[in-house]
Design a protein around this ligand. Structure first.
Ligand code: BG6
Length: 471
């Protein structure tokens, strides 16, 4: 009988520094772009460059991973995780971003974390920039639409590769780089409110990030030829609403808005359709002499992506977008999460096939998970059945994608510990298999407790997913 997953498949979990660490000004850390985002539905619109004492900023405490990481890694080990994706908080290493020397205390923290993971036989997967650009760089330059960012980013990368290049095999440069179009503050550190043609700034920023990514690929290999650098995109799926040709072609074009980013970072050239796209958006890129050669030469080793949901594209609708992916019309064939995200395991198989057909490079499901409210039942357990079902169905779909011939190197469950939601700043939108006692205002003991999904995932991993169907 065929195996469901390749041997020693990297089953894992993921978090991001700004949603988990806390310790927001500790040990020399500077402010990052998420440290000035308060909690609440308006969070993504509330862009301020300084703190307002009247507001609550969830990243300041997160789940205090900064002080709990030893206990947390022990739990991940107990669960049997084979890999752990986390991000390095850029302003913990370069508090303002433009210093010439890194903050040693920041580096020491990640060194301890990485060593602990390796000791626990958990493969570290490092995101270099997960919505954590130093705020000072935004004040000084205005974000990634300014070319100077490349140098600051590369100084940061070089320090990381020098220190951790031998220990860490899997790296990714920018989390969900295509979100620069939807949520430019997060992905591109840019405040574009009131800007006349945001697309001009967004695509110029993307170009700088493409160059930075290529340079990061190049530089990483100078420190470790075996290390791998992935690009990372938000690639939840999109379906056309009807067989109406406008819906079919419209959804195809809409998808290209995202695939544009992986096209450049994997194929190494601007795709042919981008010429017309730029003309229509009145975008003229300022491209440096060496840029295109760098992008061509240093392409991504693998494609990491987040997948949470699918949505429905309609020609008659302006598509909304958020952290989980695009939000169009509701699909009557799918159930929704408590936050309205439509759950579609088969969509994951579809997206894996779509991406592998297009690129033929290894894929990593870097984020997948269910945000839901949790409560303790009378017997003192967190019986999160929905989360277990979500996990099972998505892993089954993933194993089908493996059988379809897609090369998939890892699956990291998003928010393996409960963390602050990126989109709303809530704690109550919980993804974790480990409960963290903390509410939307940051109140609570921060105590960690195993949910039932913890034991469920543990069982799945124990025999490499082989008994998944019976569990
Ligand atoms: C992705 C981000 O967009 O979605 C994560 O990379 C985020 O940082 C995740 O947490 C889920 O979104 P949310 O808004 O539920 O936290």
């Amino acid at each position: 009988m065929k195996k469901l997953f390749p041997d020693n498949f990297l089953f894992g979990g993921a978090i991001a520094a700004n949603q988990a660490e806390g310790g927001y000004l500790e040990a020399g850390k500077g402010l990052g772009i998420c440290d000035v985002l308060p909690a609440g539905k308006e969070r993504l619109l509330h862009i301020a460059k300084e703190l307002d004492p009247a507001l609550y900023y969830p990243s300041h405490q997160g789940i205090d991973f900064y002080h709990h990481f030893k206990e947390d890694v022990a739990l991940l080990k107990e669960m049997g995780l084979r890999c752990f994706r986390f991000s390095i908080n850029w302003p913990r290493i370069f508090p303002k971003g433009d210093e010439q020397q890194p903050n040693q205390e920041g580096l020491a923290f990640y060194e301890e974390l990485i060593d602990l993971l390796l000791e626990a036989e958990i493969e570290p997967i490092v995101t270099i920039s997960h919505y954590e650009t130093p705020l000072y760089l935004v004040e000084k330059y205005g974000g990634w639409n300014h070319r100077e960012m490349i140098d600051h980013f590369m100084r940061y990368c070089t320090v990381l590769f020098e220190r951790f290049g031998e220990k860490v095999t899997y790296w990714m440069s920018f989390n969900e780089i295509n979100n620069i179009i939807k949520i430019p503050w997060f992905a591109g550190a840019m405040d574009l409110s009131g800007v006349e043609n945001p697309a001009q700034q967004q695509y110029q920023a993307a170009h700088h990030m493409f160059v930075a990514h290529a340079l990061a690929v190049k530089t990483l290999k100078e420190y470790n030829t075996q290390a791998l650098m992935g690009c990372m995109l938000s690639l939840s799926g999109v379906y056309p609403e009807t067989p109406k040709p406008e819906d079919i072609f419209g959804s195809y074009q809409f998808r290209r808005n995202s695939l544009f980013f992986s096209d450049v970072m994997i194929r190494g050239t601007y795709p042919s359709y981008s010429k017309r796209l730029f003309e229509e958006l009145k975008v003229t890129l300022d491209i440096g002499e060496e840029d295109l050669a760098l992008i061509k030469k240093h392409t991504s080793d693998y494609l990491a992506f987040s997948y949470y949901l699918t949505t429905v594209y309609s020609d008659e609708l302006v598509m909304m977008t958020g952290t989980g992916g695009p939000q169009g019309k509701k699909n009557p064939y799918l159930e929704s999460s408590q936050w309205g995200w439509q759950i579609d395991p088969l969509g994951l198989r579809y997206v894996c096939n779509e991406l592998y057909d297009r690129y033929q490079i290894p894929l990593m499901v870097a984020e997948n998970g269910l945000g839901a409210r949790d409560s303790k039942s009378e017997d003192g357990r967190f019986n999160d059945v929905e989360r277990q079902n979500y996990l099972k169905e998505h892993l089954l779909a993933l194993s089908e994608a493996v059988q379809d011939g897609c090369e998939i190197i890892a699956y990291t469950w998003w928010g393996i510990l409960d963390i602050v939601s990126a989109g709303t700043g809530e704690m109550e939108k919980r993804y974790g298999m480990i409960y963290v006692d903390c509410d939307n205002q940051g109140r609570g003991t921060l105590k960690r407790e195993r949910k039932e999904s913890f034991y469920y995932y543990q069982k799945i991993i124990a025999d490499n997913g082989e008994k998944l169907k019976e569990l």
